[in-house]
Write a protein that binds this ligand. Structure first.
Ligand SMILES: [Zn+2]
Length: 305
């Protein structure tokens, strides 16, 4: 991008943020909300610290003081229009490449480092100790980087984005379906950077759907940003040059993530401690093994036998 084009883009972004619509939120309804992770009512609100999204700049966030979970506290918030009409413009600039995604010409395969590609390969390598898998589902698969990397006889995806669905079907032979299309079926459900995109009033239904789709004993691999810790930094006015929270609508602490999974009926196999949890709760977790912590939270849970 030339310098002039960059300046034009920045001006567009600034104008969009300055004119962001902001919904009026009835206070009485806000005051009745409870935390979906712990049931707590010790809630605080702040503005949504948006980076560049006109849609998110006008929203607010609520956070539970007891478990750290934060969410956009607007009941029935409709993100369909956002994901269909604005998401790609705001965040998917890499789609400039229009050849076969899994073709050798795609620069993604020759780069020494690529965040999404390397993360997917890392997950596939790490999960091999639980394999072999015959049926694997990726919830929010995107272009299918994990499904491409993992070894499994049958591969399935839940993915609303039309660009990604074409790649999944045509290039990888993945079956794209709704979450409730199969019951007692999968050995492994992957959810990498996907749960934080659901609204607080839909998360319970999604987790119930994953539990029902897994076979008894099947694994649920969850990766989400350490959102509660991110939010703590943003609220104090700290932000890296390119750091953004949108379009996330849920922000997890490791403590809150463990609670929502347990509430949904999962058993924890491996967990992590995030900085928020360590500061506010302590490092002890109700999990048999604490494996990793970092900018992303990774938890492995299972459907009980
Ligand atoms: Zn809570």
């Amino acid at each position: 991008m030339t310098e002039a084009a960059q300046i034009r883009r920045l001006k567009r972004q600034i104008r969009a943020l300055r004119c962001a619509p902001s919904p009026m939120v009835p206070l009485a309804g806000l005051a009745r909300q409870r935390c979906i992770a712990c049931g707590g009512t010790d809630l605080s609100v702040c503005r949504y610290p948006a980076y560049q999204s006109r849609f998110f700049a006008g929203l607010i966030l609520a956070q539970c003081g007891a478990c750290g979970l934060a969410w956009v506290p607007l009941p029935g918030l409709d993100l369909d229009d956002y994901y269909t009409n604005h998401y790609a413009d705001e965040f998917r600039v890499e789609r400039a490449y229009d050849g076969a995604f899994y073709g050798p010409e795609n620069p993604i395969w020759s780069k020494p480092e690529h965040k999404g590609r390397d993360r997917a390969r890392g997950h596939a390598a790490d999960l091999a100790r639980f394999g072999p898998f015959s049926r694997v589902l990726d919830l929010g698969a995107g272009e299918g980087l994990f499904l491409h990397a993992v070894e499994a006889a049958e591969k399935y995806a839940v993915e609303p984005d039309a660009y990604s669905v074409r790649i999944l079907r045509d290039e990888l032979g993945v079956t794209v379906q709704d979450l409730d299309a199969r019951r007692d079926f999968f050995d492994l459900v992957m959810s990498s950077h996907s749960l934080e995109h659901f609204t607080y009033d839909r998360l319970g239904g999604v987790l119930a759907g994953v539990l029902a789709a897994l076979r008894p004993g099947g694994l649920f691999h969850v990766e989400v940003p350490a959102g509660a810790a991110q939010l703590e930094r943003f609220v104090s006015g700290e932000r890296g040059t390119r750091q953004r929270l949108e379009p996330h609508t849920l922000f997890f602490s490791s403590h809150a993530l463990a609670l929502v999974l347990a509430r949904a009926g999962f058993e924890l196999v491996e967990s992590a401690v995030c900085p928020w949890t360590e500061t506010h709760i302590g490092a002890d977790l109700p999990a048999p093994a604490v494996r990793r912590a970092g900018p992303a939270l990774i938890v492995i849970a299972r459907r009980p036998d």
